[in-house]
Every structure is written in C-alpha cells, then in structure tokens.
Design a protein around this ligand. Structure first.
Ligand code: ASP
Length: 314
C-alpha cells in the first residue's frame, strides 16, 4: 500500500507573510517553503510526507514554464510505487487554471490535490494549515484519483472549481455541479465520483515554452470594437477565446472582427462571461456557428483547451 505523500510548493498566499499578523491583505505572497508550511501543521507531524519546491511565486504571475515543470514533477512523483498522492500548494488567484491544465495533461489515476489559502501564513486566522491538513487527507483517501482542489473543508473537481469571492475564507465554488466531497474531521463525505478523463500526456507540453501558442481571452462588452482583435492578429495571436455575454452572444463589432480572424486561420471559440453555466446551443446553431462554443466551462479553461489543442494537433 503506497503511503508517501509529496507536497509540491509553488508559493501563493498560503506561503505569504505580513508584518502585522492582523493584516490579511497587506502581505507578500510566496515567502515560506513547502517544508515550512508542513512544519506548521502539528496533525501532519510524523507522517510520511516529502516536500519539494517547484516554484515560489504569487499565482497571479503563474506562467507556462512553471506549469510545465509542475506537470513534470507531479507526474514523476505520482508514478512512484510508494506515493499515494501529490499535494500542490498554490495561490488562489489562478488555482482553477492550474487545476484544469493538470487535469487535461495528466488526468492521473492517483489523487493530485491543489490547496491554497485566503490568509497569509502569518495571519491570526490563517486558513492554510487546515487546508493543507485536509488536502493531505484527500491525497491519502483510498480510491481517490484525479485533479481536485481542497479549500475550506470542501473538495472541488478540477472541471468545476472557480474562485468566486475576493476575500472570504470560503472563496471557491463548484457551480451547478456542486462540491465533490466535504472533509469533516479528517474523514471524507463524498457526493460524486472522482474525476476521470483522457490525459493528453507530457509529450504535448514542450519544455520550450516559448513555442507554446499564444491564445488570448478577449471579452465582449458594451462598446466593444474590432480594435483588440485587429491588434492581436497583427501581433501574431494563434487562437482567441471570446468571453461572450450571457449564453454566448458577442457584440456585433467584435463578431465581425472575429469572423475575419477565423477566415485568416486563427481559431476562435466562445466561452461565457457568466459566473455559472455553459453555453447552451440549439443543434442547428452549433452546426452553423462560425465561432463554436467552448466545451470547457470558463473562458480560462477554454484558453487552456485551445492552446493544448493547437499543441497536440487535435
Ligand atoms: N495573489 C495570491 C496568489 O494567488 C492570492 C492567494 O493566494 O490567495 O498567489
């Protein structure tokens, strides 16, 4: 029975510190190592847990090079016979993007658990230690698999997890799908099956991240014009995700510019700006659409899908 858990540190508020312990917002992210975060959780003392620092950044600055390395290191440890699961400490800002990226590339048969915190490690009411404890419990859960996020006692599947609040501790949500499970006193109350999917595989994500195609997200909004699309086409964009209003509608000025992008060989997909839901199309609409609807839930997920599709040729 594999029993080792590996914690991969990437930074974020969970590893952040402030000068004043009662300051929850004026802090610097990514100051403490994964090993220091582990040492701050008495409940994890004596457990078979290894730490590795993959990066040390504020996740607002997450980049493709870190994603590439993180996917590689996670895959390496998950392939070890003695490892039950891998935990990634991350910032909350782009956690949902990293979760979806890892899901699409690795779709692992063991648990790959992202966790984070809304308060820095130095805060009076730091939420990081409990989140880390819960993430390790999920990574140890027999039968657990796939990429999930564990925050505020809730387990979210990578496909559904969204940051929905800028400040409160319970800042994440799984929308219509609902949470995958709750962590209660170290035990799991599960509502849905563990996530599964087809892994694209590490060979798709070249170490030469400069070669990854530039795919941009562009919102449709009141007063939209063609200028943004024109500028991106001139600058060599390889794909565009339009963050469309409502059920996939796009401002007419933008629509015309995007149609020109498609004609020029730049794929364009629509995601919805709405906080919840996906674009629901009539079958005829889907067949005739110049700008197809994204299959993934958010524009940020659709950006990852389009980028990976361009890289894998699928
Ligand atoms: N800016 C921080 C980050 O994403 C926010 C956080 O972790 O809560 O790294």
């Amino acid at each position: 029975m594999p029993s080792t858990i590996v914690i991969l540190g990437t930074g974020g508020t969970i590893a952040g510190t402030a000068v004043d312990p009662s300051d929850n917002v004026g802090y610097t992210a990514a100051q403490r190592s994964a090993a220091e975060l582990l040492a701050a959780v008495p409940a994890l003392k004596g457990q078979a847990i290894e730490c590795e620092q993959v990066a040390q950044l504020d996740s607002k600055d997450m980049d493709h090079a870190t994603w590439q390395r993180l996917a590689q290191r996670a895959a390496h440890h998950l392939a070890r016979a003695d490892v039950a699961g891998v935990v990634v400490t991350h910032g909350t800002d782009t956690l949902e993007e990293t979760a979806w990226f890892l899901h699409r590339v690795l779709a692992p048969a063991k648990p790959l658990v992202l966790t984070a915190a809304m308060r820095p490690a130095s805060a009076l009411s730091a939420d990081g230690p409990a989140n880390l404890r819960d993430a390790v419990a999920v990574a140890r859960e027999p039968g657990a698999r796939g990429v999930v996020a564990v925050l505020a006692g809730t387990v979210h599947a990578a496909a559904d997890v969204r940051k929905v609040h800028s400040y409160r501790l319970d800042a994440f949500d799984s929308g219509d799908a609902g949470p995958l499970a709750r962590v209660e006193e170290g035990g799991l109350r599960r509502f849905r099956p563990w996530p599964e999917g087809e892994a694209l595989g590490l060979p798709v994500i070249s170490e030469d991240v400069a070669s990854w195609p530039w795919v941009e997200v562009l919102p449709s909004h009141a007063g939209a014009t063609r200028a943004g699309v024109d500028a991106m086409l001139a600058a060599g964009v390889r794909g565009i995700v339009v963050a469309a209003t409502g059920n996939g509608s796009v401002h007419q000025a933008l629509q015309a510019a995007l149609a020109r992008a498609v004609a020029a060989g730049v794929p364009v997909v629509r995601g919805t700006r709405c906080a919840q839901g996906v674009i629901v199309e009539s079958p005829a609409g889907a067949r005739d659409a110049v700008l197809p609807a994204a299959t993934a839930g958010t524009p940020w997920q659709a950006r990852i899908d389009l980028m990976l599709a361009l890289m894998s040729g699928r």
